[in-house]
Design a binder for this molecule. Structure first.
Ligand code: GLV
Ligand code: MN
Ligand code: MN
Length: 417
């Protein structure tokens, strides 16, 4: 049997170009949404899409969409893509690997003049990481109609710029955010390729992971308000030290995650203490908490435990108060069995080894699963590293994932169901 195949040189070139658009050269990829680096990468992706004959537009949330007509152009669309924003000081593959996979599939279809029954949309999403504004999964949540104007007004970057303001400055009208919502009746399926970001594929020597379950994620932003005082003159028992309170809370959060069980994890990844001087008792602390589990009740257990700890903390020191904001709450997701079967069969047919997996990372695919049938595949990550400059995937291994995805996209797009 003759299979359509991707070309590894093109995949490599796209990824190398995109990796150069970083705000932190020499210190990994930092490509925040609605930034200069976003603009440069966006122009590159749009240009590449146009070169293979796609009809290119941007939705009102800033996602790039390249549409390829089907024989039956009114049929629901098959989507394939991922995100092109990055975390702070991240690597070149988290997100772009899936965008480049989509670009390459578009090129292969074009050069082989394949006409599918369903139209196909090649998608590049933004702010999946929440790197600039917190929260994340923004492009897909906008497609699901789950981004409110309130979110755009209240989620700020580190300089206090709201999402609404940043979007408007970049050229998108935040008032139109609702128009990014897609009608599920017009969607046939969503496919995403992503790097694994963990060590399992490399350790088992398996080429492609097929994701069955993506863990649920809740992200909180907690502010502790104490009182700034002189560090030399204020006795220890007369302080309202917000950082000491935060330290106590952080230790408890780790214990709560462990006692929740089922591999529940909780991370305080960002913290700031103000005013931030050696000789001032910290009066204000802001920190994030990221909680993940394949069971929603485990996440809720940790959130309730945090609330309990905060109340206890205030009782112990009434001069300290707190506020807590939930920036992201997404339930664990089971992906579509029918699509998993198609991906597995494609691996078998092509002689590409596959394995069913769980994802501990969040992905746009989990949001899209609320709209349509979804398939998510992983390719190996070197030493399991990700969200760091060392993040790496061998290009030939990535090609195997792209080939498998290409076959599965075709299998769905060729058949009117
Ligand atoms: C994205 O990488 C996430 O899992 O937060
Ligand atoms: Mn990521
Ligand atoms: Mn990602």
């Amino acid at each position: 049997m003759l299979f359509l195949e991707s070309k590894v040189q093109r995949i490599q070139e796209d990824l190398e170009v995109m990796a150069r658009h970083t705000a932190t050269p020499g210190q990994g990829v930092t490509r925040f949404s609605f930034s200069d680096e976003d603009r440069l990468t966006r122009e590159y992706i749009k240009e590449r899409m146009k070169q293979c004959g796609l009809m290119v537009y941007e939705d009102t949330a800033g996602a790039i969409v390249g549409r390829r007509s089907g024989k039956n152009d009114q049929a629901p669309v098959v989507m394939v893509g991922s995100h092109f924003d990055s975390v702070k000081n991240g690597g070149p593959f988290d997100g772009p690997a899936g965008v480049v996979a989509a670009l390459e599939i578009a090129r292969v279809l074009e050069e082989n003049q394949v006409m599918t029954e369903h139209p196909i949309e090649f998608i590049a999403l933004v702010e999946e990481e929440g790197g600039r504004f917190g929260g994340g999964l923004f492009g897909s949540r906008a497609m699901a109609g789950k981004v409110s104007m309130e979110e755009l007004m209240t989620y700020n970057d580190k300089d206090g710029i709201s999402m609404a303001h940043a979007m408007a400055k970049f050229g998108f009208d935040p008032d139109l955010i609702g128009s990014a919502a897609r009608d599920p009746r017009q969607l046939r399926a969503f496919f995403e390729l992503h790097i694994e970001q963990g060590p399992i594929l490399e350790a088992t020597g398996i080429s492609v992971g097929i994701v069955e379950i993506v863990v649920g994620i809740t992200q909180l932003e907690i502010t502790l308000q104490g009182r700034p005082d002189h560090a030399g003159t204020t006795p220890m028992d007369m302080r309202a030290d917000a950082l000491v309170a935060a330290a106590d809370l952080i230790m408890k959060i780790g214990r709560l995650a462990k006692s929740a069980g089922n591999g529940t994890v909780a991370t305080v990844g960002k913290i700031s203490a103000r005013p931030g001087a050696a000789n001032i008792v910290p009066g204000n602390v802001e920190c994030t908490v990221d909680i993940r589990s394949k069971k929603e009740e485990n996440i809720n257990f940790v959130v309730r435990g945090i609330e309990r700890e905060l109340k206890l903390l205030m009782r112990r020191n009434p001069a300290i108060s707190y506020s807590m904001m939930c920036k992201l709450a997404i339930a664990p997701v089971r992906l579509t069995p029918r699509i998993i079967d198609i991906l597995t069969a494609e691996g078998n047919d092509r002689g590409i080894s596959t394995k069913l997996m769980q994802s501990g990372a969040g992905h746009d695919a989990m949001v899209m699963a609320g709209l349509t049938e979804v398939g998510l595949i992983f390719v190996p990550s070197k030493s399991g590293r990700s969200h760091c400059p060392e993040e790496w995937t061998d290009y030939l291994q990535l090609k195997q994932g792209v080939d498998l995805l290409l076959g599965a996209v075709l299998a769905v797009a060729q058949k009117i169901t």
